[in-house]
Write a protein that binds this ligand. Sequence first.
Ligand SMILES: [Zn+2]
Length: 132
Amino acid sequence: MAYRIEEKRGRCLECGNELPYGRSDMKFCSTSCKSRWHYEHDGDLKGMRRRIIGALDRNHGILALLIAKGVTRIDIPDLAQLGYNFDCITSYHKVRNHNEYRCYDIKYYMSESSVFRLEQCRRERPSPSSDP
Ligand SMILES: [Zn+2]
């Protein structure tokens, strides 16, 4: 996405008109340019969020289907073939020497070649006795 950062000084980000002198923090020549620019870029953000949420939902559907079939381990290329998007997860952390990934309530571990210990988690209720 081009933000026209090369025009770092003196020109409106939206229309490219020269800006008045003396305001180095100024980015737009007018409020209409400002709102037009934000409208376009907020639109991109919404599109991006929609795409990511869509990919997460699709990922979750794929994983849920595998779990429903009793699959707990699958080779990465096979999972990719099903349309799984490895970039879209809801969390990631290291557990001992494994990498644990989550897509909403489904978690799995991933090695270089496969996804394993695929399972759907029960909703985790914080127990009052355990400190984090
Ligand atoms: Zn302008």
